[in-house]
Design a protein around this ligand. Structure first.
Ligand code: AKG
Length: 274
């Protein structure tokens, strides 16, 4: 059976879902084939080179970090980017990657919409406290339920010393934690949990291959590991929600937010009228 013919229940077992609800995260091994991971990586390198004069260049966050200079692949030292379909159509196509999208339906227990598109890029020397412990729900609260997930697809091999996402299992059950603006000299400036040091001891740093995908609840405490290697490490970071998950205050204006992705357990195709 090809993944296009698959349904959510072919990919996520009852045990997978229970473990996801308990731990707050799940890893889809081989979410992309190695060839597809290469294709997206090449497209990501292309858009990381977008000229700063581009009208939408402010969608990229640039880092000035001593010991972590820009590289040939990432000449402006961009560590994060948002609204990727504005820059390359492939990042629209990615929304519908079958194995990932259908696994999400299995994990969330219902049909799925897109919420946000983005990327994370770590140049060699990227420090482990630059994007420190935080909950992504800090940026989407309040919502009607907690079925908003961050979905990070690795385009390089990564582990705890080469830029993987570190997670603290079970922290999604703590509810919304207080966040503060970081005080270090070199930091993303993005809000992080108030008492961050206490999460270090309980951290889990997975080892991943290109195409592997981690899915976690917006309330799961997580951070970026340092990249102590001599190579750029890149990933795509998208958010998806169950169809009964709504913004209750500010309605998200991310490109594509609300796009249907899975319906009736199958990948959405705009075909019913044509
Ligand atoms: O490095 C990662 O994979 C996580 C990045 C992250 O949490 C963020 O940019 O908010």
């Amino acid at each position: 059976m090809t993944t296009l013919d698959a349904t959510a229940s072919d990919l996520i077992s009852a045990h997978d879902r229970e473990a996801f609800l308990e731990n707050g995260f799940h890893i889809i091994r081989g979410g992309l084939t190695p060839d597809r991971a290469k294709l997206y990586r090449a497209a990501l390198v292309e858009i990381l080179r977008t000229d700063p004069s581009h009208p939408y260049a402010s969608r990229f966050m640039e880092a000035q970090i001593p010991g972590a200079p820009p590289t040939e692949e990432n000449p402006y030292g961009r560590w994060a980017g948002f609204d990727l379909p504005l820059f390359h159509d492939l990042f629209y196509d990615f929304i519908f990657e079958p194995k990932i999208a259908l696994s999400l339906a299995g994990l969330l227990g219902g049909d799925v919409n897109l919420y946000e598109t983005g990327c994370v890029a770590k140049v060699p020397g990227f420090p482990g406290n630059y994007r420190d412990w935080h909950q992504d729900s800090e940026y989407s609260d309040p919502q009607s339920n907690e079925f908003n997930v961050t979905v990070i697809t690795y385009l390089d091999e990564m582990d705890g010393s080469s830029g993987v996402t570190a997670v603290v299992p079970g922290t999604h059950r703590l509810g919304a934690l207080p966040h503060v603006v970081p005080t270090e000299t070199y930091t993303s400036g993005a809000r992080e949990v108030a008492d961050k040091a206490k999460y270090d001891a309980k951290a889990h740093y997975p080892s991943v291959s290109p195409g592997d995908t981690i899915v976690f609840f917006g309330r799961l405490v997580h951070k970026s590991a340092s990249n102590d290697s001599d190579k750029d490490r890149m990933s795509l970071a998208y958010n998806y929600m169950r169809t009964d998950t709504f913004d209750l205050k500010e309605i998200a204006r991310w490109i594509g937010a609300g796009t249907p992705v899975v319906r009736n357990g199958r990948l959405y195709r705009p075909s019913t009228l044509f």
